[in-house]
Design a protein around this ligand. Structure first.
Ligand code: ADP
Ligand code: MG
Length: 1015
C-alpha cells in the first residue's frame, strides 16, 4: 500500500440509480467494461486500485505522483468517451483528484484527504475531471497532450468548512461536458450558519407565511422584531425558517442559528451556545478578540471553546465566579455590537425543549434590543407547550410586548400533490394524492417519508396504479420510518445508529474518529471510504442531510426512530464509543464538553472506569450549569452524579461524595425542592467532619425550613450553624457569621419580631461596615429598613432603604437593587404615598426584567396592583394582579399567598365581597402553611371586613379575634393597630363596650408607631 503524500483518484457513475432501474441487464455488462478500463489504465499509470470490484460503482485509486494521477484520469475519460456502450445512452463518470498526506490505519486510508477528494468528485458532472489546487499545482508542469487546466474559482465543498479552489481538466475528447461550475468567487458565501436547516429540492406552498416573515425582516431593519413559528413536528417550521435564513443571508443579513434537542446532553443555553460558537469559532482569534474585547471571559461561560480559541486563562471552577446578569449582558453586548454593523437574523429552533435559562435569555435579549436591527425567529412544537410552564409564560409576555405568532398548518391538497411530484420526479395520480392527503393531513414530513417508503417498496412500478395507502397513519409514522430503515444496508444502519447515539449532528472528522479501528476485534471500526459509502446511502435516502461541516438527521423524529430501536446493550456500546472518542478528540479541553461527556459516559454501562468518568464529568457539568444559574440543568447533572455515587458506594471517595451532596442540595434549593434539599444537607451533616461545610449545610437547611413554614426549626438550624463556625476572627468566618445573622433576621421578620429584627439588623450593619462588605451592607440596611416599616416608622425605613440602594448600586447587584426598590415601594404604599409607590415598584419591575427573570417581579407586581386599587384604578389593578398570578411559580407559596391577598383587597375595594372573601381565605390558608405572621393578620382582617360588609358580624368578629390573637404575640406594628381597631369597632357594634375597652390600643403598644395608616 503506498504511503506518505499521495494523490487520490475517486470516480463514480453519473445517474447510476436511474440507469440500473431502467436497463438492469445492460448496466451489469456496461459496468463490467467500465471496471476493466479503469483497472487497466490505473495500473498503466503506476497507480494502485484500492476499491475492489463489485462494490457499487465508485472507484478509488492512489498514486505516488500527482502527474501520473492526472494522466490516468485523462486516459480513463478518453477511453470511456470512445467506448461504444451496450446502453441507449453513454456511461459517464465523474472524477475527483486531490493530493495530500495520508494516514493508514489497519489497512485503510483515513484522513481529510480522502474526504476532500470525494467531495470534489461530488461537485463534478459526468465526463468531468476536477482537481484540487494542490493536485493542479503539482501536475501543471507536465499535463497530458491536448489537456489544460481551467480554474473554476473558489467553491465550498459539501461538508467541509474550508473552501477549495477548483480546477477542471479540459481535453478535446471530453471537455464539452460538465461546465456547470461558473468560474466565480461569488460562489462562496461569506458565512453560512452550520445549523442543519432542511433544504428541500423545491419549497412547496408557504407563500403567505414566507411573505409575512419577510415583511417582519424588512421591519426589523428599523427596530427589533420577534416572531414565533409554531406547529406540530414535521409540519415544515425548520424548512420555512431555513428558506428565510438563506434569502436573508443573500441580502446581506447576518444569520445566527441554533436549536434545542431532546434526549441529548443538558447544555445550558444550548441554542445560544451553538449560534455564537458557530459565528465566533469560524473567525480568526484576532478578529474575535477585536470583536468581543473584555467580554471574552463572560462569553466563554457559554461558549467554552472560546477559551482555547483565544488562549484565555483557565477559569476556576467556582460557582460564584459568574453572575447570570453579567453573562446575559455579555450576550446582549455582543449581539448589539454585531447588529450595529449589520442587520441580524437570530433563529432559535424548537423552544418546546429549551431549558428555562434559554427562555430567560430570550426575554432578556428581546427586551434590550428594541431599537436595533435584529429579528428573532423562534420555532416550537405548539402542541408540546406545557400550559403554565416557562415557555407558555414567555409566549404570553413577548406577545404582550408585540411579538408575532405564526401557526403553520399542513400543506394544502394541491401542494401535497406538488411535493409528491417533486419527490417522485413524475406526476402522481389524483387518487394517490387523495389517499396521501387523507393519511398525512398534509404534514410534509409524513408525506415525504411515506412516499419514499412506498417508492422503495414498489421499486419501478407505475405510480399511477397506486391508489390506496394501506396501514400507516400519522400516529404510526414511526412504523413507516422503521420500514424505511430496514431497507437500508446493514452497514448504513450501523453508521446511522452511531450518529444517532452521538447526537443530532456530527462533523466529518468526529465521525471518522468514531469509526477508527481501536483494537484487533473492533466491531465498530470502518474505513473512511466505507463510511463515505454509508453516508451517501443515508443522504440519498434522505435520512441524513449535510450542512457546512456536518451531517445531521433530516428530522428529529428520524433520529428518535433510529435510537429508540437500539437494544440497551448496543446503546451502551455506542455511548461508550461516543464518550471515548469525544474525550480523546477534546484532549486537554475535555472539560469544555463536560455535559456531553457526562451524558455519554453515564450511558456507557457498568464498567467501573466508565462510571468514574461519568461521575467526574457530571460533577463538572453540574458546576458549570450552576455557575450559569441554570438550576434545572445543574439539578439533573447533580442527580445523575448522586445516582452513580449511590450505586458504587464503596469505591467513591468521601470528599467526592460530599461534593456531590452539596451540589445536589444547592440545586434542589435553587429550584424550590425544599424537603429534598433538607435531605441532602442532612446527609452532609452526617458525613462531613469539616466545620465550614457543616455550617453551610445548616444554613441551607434553615432556609428550606423557613420556606416550609417552620421558622423555629429554621432558627435552630441557624444557631447550630453558628456554633459550627466558632468564634474565629478570620474574614471568611466573620462574613459567614454575619450571613447567618442575616438569615436569622429574615426569619424573625416573618414571625413578626420587628423590634428584635431592628436590633439584629443594626448589629449586622455595624459588622458589615467593619468588614467593608458592600453586599452585606446593602442587606443589613434592607433588614433595618423593613423592621422600621412594619413598626410604622416609614421615614426611618425610607432612609435605610435608600442606603441599601446605594450599596447595591455600587456593588452592581441589579437584582438586589430591584428587591430594595420593591420594598421601598411597599413602604410608600403602607404610608399612603401612592405616586412614589407606583414609581418605585415600576422601577423594581423594570430591574427584574433587566437582570434576571421576570418571575421575580411577582411581589412588586402584586403590591403595584394594590396601589392601583387604592387609587380606584380597578382595571389596571386587575390586569396587574393577573400578570403577577401568571408568574407566581411553584415552590413559592408565600408569593402565591401575597397575590391572593392583593386580589382580595382589590375585590374588597370594588365591593365584590364574596370574591374578596374567597381570595382572603385562600391567602390565609397559604400564609398559615408557610408561617408568615403579617400575612396571616392581613388576610384575617381582610376576611373580617368582607364578612362585616356582607352583614355577617359574628363571622367578622371571629376573624378579627384571630387577627388580634396573632398580633398579641408579635411586636407592635401597624398591623397591631389595624387588627385591634377592627376588633374594637366590631365589638362596639355588638354592644360589648367593656370588651371593646380591653381592645383599645394602648399607648405602650404603639409607642414606636410614628404614623398609623388608615385602612
Ligand atoms: N414547504 C415545503 N416544501 C417542501 N418540503 C417541505 C416543506 N416543508 C417541509 N418539507 C419537508 O418536510 C420535512 C420536515 O420539515 P421540517 O421543516 O423539518 O419540519 P418541522 O421543523 O416543522 O418539524 C423537511 O425535511 C422537508 O424535506
Ligand atoms: Mg424543525
Amino acid at each position: 500500500m503506498p504511503q506518505g503524500t499521495l494523490t487520490f483518484l475517486l470516480s463514480d457513475v453519473e445517474s447510476s440509480t436511474r440507469l440500473w432501474e431502467q436497463y438492469q441487464d445492460a448496466m451489469a455488462a456496461a459496468l463490467g467494461r467500465h471496471d476493466e478500463i479503469i483497472e487497466h489504465l490505473v495500473a498503466d499509470h503506476h497507480g494502485v486500485l484500492v476499491r475492489p470490484r463489485g462494490e457499487g460503482d465508485s472507484r478509488f485509486a492512489v498514486f505516488s505522483d500527482a502527474t501520473h494521477a492526472v494522466h490516468a484520469a485523462c486516459a480513463i475519460q478518453v477511453a470511456l468517451s470512445r467506448e461504444s456502450w451496450p446502453l441507449p445512452e453513454p456511461l459517464r463518470i465523474r472524477v475527483g483528484l486531490h493530493t495530500g498526506a495520508t494516514d493508514i490505519r489497519a489497512g485503510d486510508y483515513y484522513g481529510s484527504t480522502v474526504n476532500r477528494c470525494a467531495r470534489l468528485r461530488d461537485l463534478a458532472q459526468g465526463s468531468q475531471v476536477l482537481c484540487s489546487a494542490a493536485t493542479a499545482g503539482l501536475a501543471r508542469a507536465s499535463l497530458p497532450a491536448g489537456a489544460r487546466l481551467r480554474s473554476l474559482g473558489s467553491h465550498r465543498l459539501r461538508g467541509l468548512r474550508e473552501p477549495e479552489t477548483v480546477f477542471q481538466l479540459v481535453h478535446a475528447a471530453f471537455a464539452q461536458q460538465g461546465t456547470r461550475l461558473e468560474p466565480t468567487e461569488s460562489a462562496l458565501p461569506a458565512y453560512v450558519p452550520a445549523y442543519p436547516f432542511p433544504m428541500p429540492r423545491r419549497l412547496v406552498g408557504r407563500g403567505a407565511e414566507l411573505a409575512a416573515l419577510k415583511w417582519v425582516l424588512a421591519r426589523g431593519q428599523g427596530s427589533a422584531q420577534t416572531v414565533f413559528v409554531g406547529a406540530p413536528a414535521g409540519t415544515g417550521k425548520s424548512t420555512l425558517v431555513g428558506t428565510l435564513a438563506r434569502q436573508a443571508s443573500e441580502d446581506g443579513v447576518l444569520v445566527l442559528a441554533g436549536g434545542c434537542f431532546e434526549s441529548e446532553a443538558l447544555i445550558p443555553l444550548r441554542p445560544f451556545r451553538d449560534a455564537l460558537a458557530d459565528y465566533l469559532l469560524t473567525r480568526s482569534a484576532d478578529v474575535v478578540r477585536a470583536e468581543v474585547g473584555d467580554l471574552a471571559n463572560d462569553l466563554a461561560a457559554i461558549v467554552p471553546e472560546l477559551r482555547h480559541h483565544l488562549h484565555l486563562a483557565p477559569q476556576a471552577h467556582d460557582s460564584q465566579a459568574f453572575d447570570q446578569t453579567r453573562i446575559f449582558a455579555a450576550v446582549h453586548t455582543l449581539l448589539r455590537a454585531i447588529a450595529q454593523r449589520t442587520p441580524v437574523l437570530l433563529c432559535l429552533e424548537d423552544l418546546h425543549v429549551a431549558d428555562a435559562l434559554t427562555l430567560d435569555l430570550i426575554q432578556y435579549v428581546t427586551r434590550h434590543m428594541r431599537r436595533l436591527p435584529i429579528v428573532l425567529v423562534a420555532t416550537l412544537r405548539s402542541d408540546e407547550v406545557q400550559p403554565g410552564g416557562a415557555l407558555a409564560h414567555l409566549l404570553t409576555a413577548l406577545t404582550r410586548d408585540g411579538a408575532e405568532r405564526i401557526e403553520l398548518g399542513g400543506l394544502e391538497r394541491a401542494d401535497t400533490a406538488l411535493l409528491t411530484a417533486s419527490l417522485l420526479e413524475r406526476t402522481p395520480s389524483q387518487r394517490f394524492v387523495d389517499a396521501l392527503f387523507t393519511t398525512t393531513e398534509g404534514n410534509p414530513l409524513f408525506v415525504e417519508q411515506l412516499v419514499l417508503a412506498l417508492r422503495e417498496e414498489h421499486g419501478r412500478e407505475d405510480w399511477h396504479s397506486v391508489t390506496e395507502i394501506s396501514g400507516p397513519t400519522p400516529s404510526v409514522i414511526g412504523d413507516v420510518l422503521l420500514r424505511r430503515f430496514d431497507r437500508l444496508t446493514a452497514s448504513c444502519r450501523d453508521t446511522l445508529a452511531l450518529i444517532a447515539t452521538f447526537g443530532h449532528s456530527v462533523d466529518h472528522e468526529t465521525l471518522v474518529a468514531l469509526v477508527e479501528r481501536r483494537s484487533e476485534d473492533d466491531r465498530l471500526a470502518r474505513s473512511e471510504l466505507d463510511l463515505l459509502t454509508d453516508l451517501d446511502e443515508a443522504l440519498g435516502a434522505r435520512v441524513l442531510r449535510e450542512t457546512a461541516g456536518e451531517y445531521a438527521f433530516a428530522h428529529a423524529l428520524l433520529r428518535e426512530a433510529v435510537y429508540s430501536r437500539l437494544s440497551g446493550a448496543r446503546r451502551a456500546l455506542l455511548h461508550a464509543r461516543a464518550a471515548q472518542t469525544q474525550e480523546r478528540l477534546a484532549g486537554s479541553h475535555s472539560l469544555e464538553h463536560a455535559a456531553e461527556l457526562a451524558h455519554h459516559f453515564a450511558r456507557s454501562g457498568p464498567d467501573p472506569a466508565m462510571r468514574a468518568k461519568a461521575l467526574q464529568y457530571s460533577i463538572a457539568a453540574g458546576r458549570q450549569a450552576a455557575a450559569l444559574s441554570s438550576h434545572n440543568a445543574a439539578l439533573a447533572h447533580a442527580q445523575q452524579a448522586w445516582r452513580i455515587v449511590e450505586t458504587t458506594r464503596t469505591e467513591v471517595d468521601a470528599t467526592v461524595r460530599l461534593e456531590v451532596l452539596e451540589l445536589l442540595g444547592e440545586a434542589e434549593c435553587n429550584v424550590g425542592l425544599w424537603s429534598a434539599c433538607i435531605g441532602s444537607y442532612t446527609l452532609v451533616l452526617h458525613e462531613s467532619p469539616v466545620a465550614l461545610q457543616r455550617a453551610r449545610a445548616q444554613r441551607a437547611i434553615g432556609r428550606s425550613l423557613e420556606q416550609l413554614g417552620q421558622p423555629s426549626a429554621a432558627l435552630a438550624a441557624y444557631a447550630a450553624g453558628l456554633t459550627e463556625l466558632g468564634d474565629s476572627l478570620d474574614r471568611d468566618s466573620v462574613r459567614a457569621r454575619l450571613q447567618f445573622r442575616y438569615d436569622e433576621a429574615f426569619c424573625h421578620l416573618l414571625t413578626g419580631r420587628f423590634r428584635f429584627v431592628q436590633q439584629l439588623g443594626q448589629e449586622l450593619l455595624d459588622g458589615a461596615v467593619d468588614l467593608g462588605d458592600l453586599s452585606l451592607i446593602a442587606r443589613a440596611n434592607n433588614v433595618v429598613a423593613s423592621a422600621h416599616m412594619w413598626q410604622g416608622q416609614f421615614d426611618a425605613a425610607t432612609e435605610h432603604y435608600t442606603a441599601a440602594m446605594e450599596a447595591a448600586q455600587r456593588n452592581n447587584e441589579t437584582s438586589f437593587l430591584a428587591v430594595v426598590h420593591e420594598n421601598l415601594g411597599a413602604n410608600c404604599f403602607y404610608s399612603g404615598r401612592m405616586h412614589r409607590a407606583e414609581s418605585e415598584l415600576t422601577t423594581a419591575i423594570g430591574l427584574y426584567q433587566e437582570s434576571v427573570s421576570e418571575l421575580r417581579a411577582v411581589l412588586a407586581l402584586q403590591i403595584l396592583s394594590r396601589v392601583w386599587a387604592a387609587q380606584g384604578e380597578f382595571t389596571k389593578a386587575l390586569a396587574t394582579i393577573a400578570r403577577a398570578r401568571e408568574l407566581a411559580a411553584e415552590g413559592h407559596d408565600r408569593w402565591a399567598a401575597e397575590c391572593l391577598s392583593a386580589e382580595g383587597e382589590i375585590n374588597f375595594q370594588r365591593g365584590a365581597w364574596a370574591n374578596a372573601s374567597a381570595c382572603f381565605s385562600g391567602a390565609l390558608a397559604l400564609h398559615e402553611q408557610v408561617g408568615h405572621t403579617s400575612g396571616i393578620v392581613e388576610a384575617s382582617v381582610g376576611l373580617g371586613t368582607a364578612a362585616e360588609r356582607a352583614g355577617d358580624l359574628p363571622v367578622a368578629l371571629e376573624h378579627y379575634r384571630r387577627a388580634a390573637d396573632v398580633v398579641a404575640a408579635i411586636d407592635p406594628s401597624f398591623l397591631t393597630v389595624a387588627a385591634k381597631r377592627h376588633l374594637g369597632v366590631a365589638l362596639l357594634r355588638e354592644r360589648h363596650p367593656e370588651a371593646w375597652f380591653s381592645q383599645l390600643v394602648r399607648d405602650d403598644d404603639v409607642a414606636d408607631l410614628a404614623t398609623v395608616p388608615a385602612r
